[in-house]
Write a protein that binds this ligand. Structure first.
Ligand code: PLP
Length: 403
């Protein structure tokens, strides 16, 4: 064995995760191989990160080629790889400009600063309030946990930051009720991920856009989990006709496993973000950009998105059948595309263990859900296999409840 002499213990890892007793050494497509030699069907994909599966040949090639040329230089120089990906993202979206980050949380930070600065340079510095939603997740920085308002993530970290309010997800009136002269922006996941795969419908997205426009409030989408093909369109809000945001955060799938995020904005919304207003040492370095460009090119292909819609349609039908056959186990099927939530009657953590015994990896979620977030390249055969394994997990859960 190579590696650190104390390998085999996580005593020196900060204990902020409740980790499954499982480690992997290799992956290929939607399959992960554990260090003890077992093969698992991966319907977690590193929490919606490995959108093209593991070890995708094009991403491996991009990483190797760039790795031999240039990794990092700093944003004090022009970075052609960054300019190319920004142009591709703007071409495909509402946006005119992009700021690259290393994570989703940093994309959210950039979005919040951009929104407040917009009103500041508009002569309305009092507009600082950001309206988020109960059950949302925007990352773990101070601003991000204050924006989501999740009490469990705020407790013990000092006073709550001013200027963050929460409305009820899916309830436009509750948003309206919070609007006032100090409102800066609405921050929303078109499909909530961690909160339990809850989707706004198209009418709700259109209405929210209209409400923000009427009131001079910026609309920020957090598409970090639901964006980049996950719902079967390039972005989740693309399902709605007239719901383009002013600012949008992406990350997770953007690098297909390489840590990279981005904050996209219109020229108007970004007008306060002038020289010196923001920055990042690593954000958008050539290595990240090379991999992300390769990933984005694959994800944005019409055939990739059509494949997601096909597999999601199949899974939707099959899971509805599962709910009918196991009303004592499955309470609800929700989400959109390949961001699927199965709300359970038994404990979701225990169900994840039962799925793991079937060599199926699934993620947890709010409201006692488990989430399926498979690679977008999951085949129909693999989708069938996932359903069979879920069925066996339901059987096991039923036996356990009877025992
Ligand atoms: C994962 C996630 C984040 C945070 O991204 P990190 O890369 O972990 O910082 C923010 N918003 C949503 C919707 C997410 O799913």
């Amino acid at each position: 064995m190579t590696g650190p002499s104390h390998a085999g213990s996580n005593d020196h890892i900060l204990g902020v995760y409740n980790r499954a007793p499982l480690a992997f050494e290799r992956g290929e497509g939607s399959r992960l191989y554990s260090t003890d030699g077992e093969a698992y069907l991966d319907c977690v994909a590193g929490i919606a990160v490995d959108a093209l599966g593991h070890a995708h040949p094009k991403l491996v090639a991009a990483l190797k080629a760039q790795g031999e040329k240039l990794w990092h230089v700093s944003n004090i120089y022009r970075i052609p790889e960054q300019e190319a990906l920004a142009a591709a993202l703007c071409e495909a979206t509402f946006a005119d400009v992009v700021f690259f980050t290393n994570s989703g949380t940093e994309a959210v930070e950039c979005a919040l600063k951009t929104a407040r600065k917009y009103h500041y340079v508009n002569g309305q510095p009092e507009r600082i309030d950001v309206i988020g939603f109960a059950g949302s997740f925007h990352g773990r920085s101070y601003a991000a946990v204050n924006a989501s308002g999740n009490a469990a993530y705020l407790e013990g970290f000092g006073p709550r930051l001013p200027g963050f309010l929460q409305a009820t997800f899916g309830d436009l009136d509750s948003v309206k009720a919070l609007f006032g002269p100090t409102t800066a922006a609405v921050l929303v996941e078109p499909v909530q991920g961690e909160g339990g795969a809850r989707a706004l419908d198209e009418a709700q997205l259109n209405a929210l856009r209209e409400l923000c426009s009427e009131s001079g409030v910026l609309l920020i989408y957090d598409e970090i989990q639901c964006g980049l093909g996950r719902t079967g369109r390039l972005f989740a809000h693309d399902w709605a006709e007239n719901a383009a945001p002013d600012i949008m955060c992406v990350a997770k799938a953007l690098g297909g496993g390489f840590p990279v995020g981005a904050c996209l904005a219109t020229t108007e919304a970004a007008k306060g973000m002038t020289v010196g207003a923001h920055g990042s040492t690593y954000g958008g370095n050539p290595l990240a950009m090379a991999v992300a460009s390769a990933a984005f090119e694959e994800i944005a292909k019409p055939e990739t998105l059509a494949h997601v819609r096909e597999v999601a349609g199949y899974l939707g039908q099959q899971l509805a059948g599962l709910k009918d056959r196991y009303p004592d186990i499955v309470a609800d099927i929700r989400g959109k595309g390949l961001l699927i939530g199965i709300q359970l009657i038994p404990n979701n953590r225990e169900f994840m263990n039962l799925a793991r015994e079937q060599k199926l990896l699934i993620a947890g979620g709010g409201e006692n859900c488990v989430r399926l977030l498979p690679p977008l390249v999951l085949t129909l055969d693999e989708a069938r296999e996932a359903v069979e394994k879920l069925e066996k997990a339901c059987e096991a859960a039923r036996r356990r409840a009877a025992a």
